[in-house]
Write a protein that binds this ligand. Structure first.
Ligand code: GTP
Length: 596
């Protein structure tokens, strides 16, 4: 295809603002999908995505569209919506020349819209503002057109008004894509270069890699090289998704499509990497490549110890499709054999755990999520701590923790409540802007560790659900952090160690000690439960002698997961763990970790 007739674009939207619905409608109106093949959310592949209504993986589809009698090829590149996948979002954006900025006409701009807009601006994309859901009675298209126009420096008249549901205005969107977004430019004679913006594992076809060609041409059957590693593969198939995979002879400048090499692991075909011809390789990558970096770690343990091999197999399978997932075996006194797993963020953790439980039918318990700390000792040695129980002994000079740049969008009524929350989470305010009379953008620098716990839930409850949050990595900072250990009769219970700010050590210690006192049955002898920072005891409770049934206590909670876990446990034998000379049923530990 002549590059002048190609347009590459993506859609930036907050969750639920209607991206998938609009994409479906475009597929239908352009005739890319025949009416009889149409089904809702055509592009969302995984069940779990459909259920949660979020798009996890990006994909590209090609649609034909004529303007003034000239046929064009529009490549729509789907971007993952969530902060955990910022790197993937940025690669998808880098594959485009323009983007639709899609905003719900009844909701207005949200934090995620803003965060992704900033990314699009950094990538110099043409922005086409679109208000969606104008069919809703609650829609306020004039108000939000104004808001959107102010934000991107356009006129309110330039804002398109559409309904993905009824199809109203969607043709005008397709026209604007052709007239406003520039065609791709590249050198057709140069050695071939294509950027990988997505890579997914397919049971039947192996890894399917989505690329955007920048220079030259990638041809079917040639030998290709991955620039970051120098590994070479035979290009078994190359083609475009329109939206069903359609093989072609090759892809030229500006084209977007897929390729298949027969590799079985997405790590061999990494998002952000550059693909070139192995015989006549390009020397410069398309864009700087960076490895996905796990930011949040958690221990995953099977409730039933005999499921350990099944958990290992399941993780091995998930890894084929998830370059960001890392894990290594971990043994815990309290929880037995499991894995220490690293994730891009909390959503990534939740999704992975959910998939393990659902698709592989495992019952799991996870330890409190931890970020990665850098601990510098007085003797100058340095440790990277992803597991609080591996915190170094000895004299610590400095502890560094990862920071994030957070954007919160809130109705102006709740500004005070949001500021209070951010301050209580050790946030530093960086700025504040009124997007309109009643909507405010707050920018804070916060420790990632504070966001990882209950920040989002608290933000929602303090703002009656109206505020939205987005965040991006922002380096590290030295903080006054300490490790708190929980001891049973003087022996450390590894799964409960935590790295916390020194001002919060006491409340963490008191709450954990209190919880364990409730959950651990009485023994033949008295058992002290203590919280300690180094050798200093900061909280203490005593479990009195005499036995007592633990299960009645555990059933007090109302969390259904907890109940499910306990029921599963009851079926089998009661599993006891020894901490020193104290005998503890594993469910007591599980209950302590599951409740807040
Ligand atoms: P993710 O891709 O999962 O982040 O969400 P999304 O932005 O794709 O949202 P989706 O298309 O799933 O739409 C969210 C909800 O809004 C669904 O219940 C849709 O039926 C509804 N919706 C989408 N577009 C319109 C519209 O134009 N009008 C009305 N009334 N509802 C719409």
């Amino acid at each position: 295809t002549d590059p002048a007739l190609i347009r590459n674009f993506c859609i930036i939207a907050h969750i639920d603002h209607g991206k998938s619905t609009l994409a479906d409608r475009m597929l239908q109106i352009t005739g890319a999908v025949k009416p009889r093949d149409m089904r809702a959310q055509y592009l969302d592949r995984m069940d779990i995505e459909r259920e949660r209504g979020i798009t996890i993986k990006s994909q590209a589809v090609r649609m034909p569209w004529e303007v003034d009698g000239t046929p064009h090829a529009l490549n729509m590149i789907d971007t993952p919506g969530h902060v955990d996948f910022t790197y993937e979002v940025s690669r998808s954006l880098a594959a485009c020349e323009g983007t639709l900025l899609l905003v719900d006409a009844a909701q207005g701009i949200e934090a995620q819209t803003l965060a992704n807009l900033y990314l699009a601006l950094e990538n110099d994309l043409t922005i086409i503002p679109v208000l969606n859901k104008i069919d809703l009675p609650a829609a306020q298209p004039e108000k939000y057109a104004e808001e959107l126009a102010t934000l991107i420096g356009a006129e309110p008249e330039d804002v398109l008004k559409v309904s993905g549901k009824t199809g109203e205005g969607v043709e005008a969107v397709l026209d604007r894509i052709v007239t406003e977004i520039s065609p791709p430019v590249g050198d057709p004679e140069a050695p071939s270069r294509a950027m990988i913006f997505d890579s997914v594992y397919d049971t039947y076809r192996g890894v399917v890699t989505y690329v955007r060609v920048v220079d030259g041409m990638l041809k079917s059957r040639e030998r290709i090289e991955m620039l970051s590693t120098g590994t070479t593969h035979d290009l078994l198939e190359i083609g475009v998704s329109s939206p069903e995979p359609t093989p072609s002879k090759g892809l030229g400048v500006g084209e977007v499509g897929y390729l298949i090499t027969g590799v079985k692991d997405v790590r061999q075909s990494k998002v952000g990497d550059t693909v070139t011809n192995a015989q006549k390789p390009a020397t410069e990558p398309v864009a700087g490549y960076s490895e996905p970096k796990p930011m949040v770690f958690s221990g995953l343990f099977p409730v039933d110890g005999s499921d350990y091999p099944a958990l290992r197999d399941a993780l091995d399978k998930l890894k084929l499709n998830d370059a960001a997932l890392v894990y290594e075996p971990e043994t815990s006194v309290a929880l037995g054999f499991g894995f220490r797993c690293g994730f891009l963020g909390l959503l990534h953790l939740e999704i992975t755990r959910d998939r393990l439980e659902r698709e592989f039918d495992l019952s799991l318990i996870s330890t409190a999520p931890s970020v990665v700390y850098r601990v510098v000792m007085e003797d100058g040695s340095e440790h990277t701590v992803t597991n609080p129980s591996e915190y170094p002994e000895g004299k610590v000079s400095h502890v560094y923790e990862p920071m994030v740049r957070a954007t919160v969008l809130t109705p102006s009524d709740f500004v005070g409540a949001v500021m209070e929350l951010c301050q209580s989470k050790r946030g530093q305010m960086q700025g504040m802007d009124y997007l309109s009379e009643d909507r405010v953008e707050l920018r804070y620098r916060l420790p990632l560790a504070e966001i990882v716990f209950d920040f989002f839930d608290q933000l929602k409850s303090r703002t009656k659900g109206y505020a939205s949050l987005d965040y991006a990595e922002d380096g590290e900072a030295a903080s006054a952090l300490v490790k708190v250990d929980i001891l049973l009769q003087g022996d450390q219970v590894d799964a409960f160690s935590a790295v916390v700010h020194k001002d919060k050590a006491y409340s963490y210690g008191v709450s954990m000690v209190g919880k364990l006192k409730e959950l651990i049955p009485r023994q033949q002898f008295e058992v002290p439960v203590q919280a300690a920072v180094g050798s200093r005891i900061i909280a203490r409770e005593t479990i009195r002698a005499i036995r007592k049934d633990v299960l009645s206590k555990c059933y007090g909670g109302d969390i259904s997961r907890k109940r499910k876990l306990l029921e599963k446990q009851k079926e089998g034998k009661k599993r006891m763990k020894m901490v020193g000379s104290v005998e503890v049923p594993q469910e007591a530990f599980i209950a302590a970790l599951s409740s807040d």
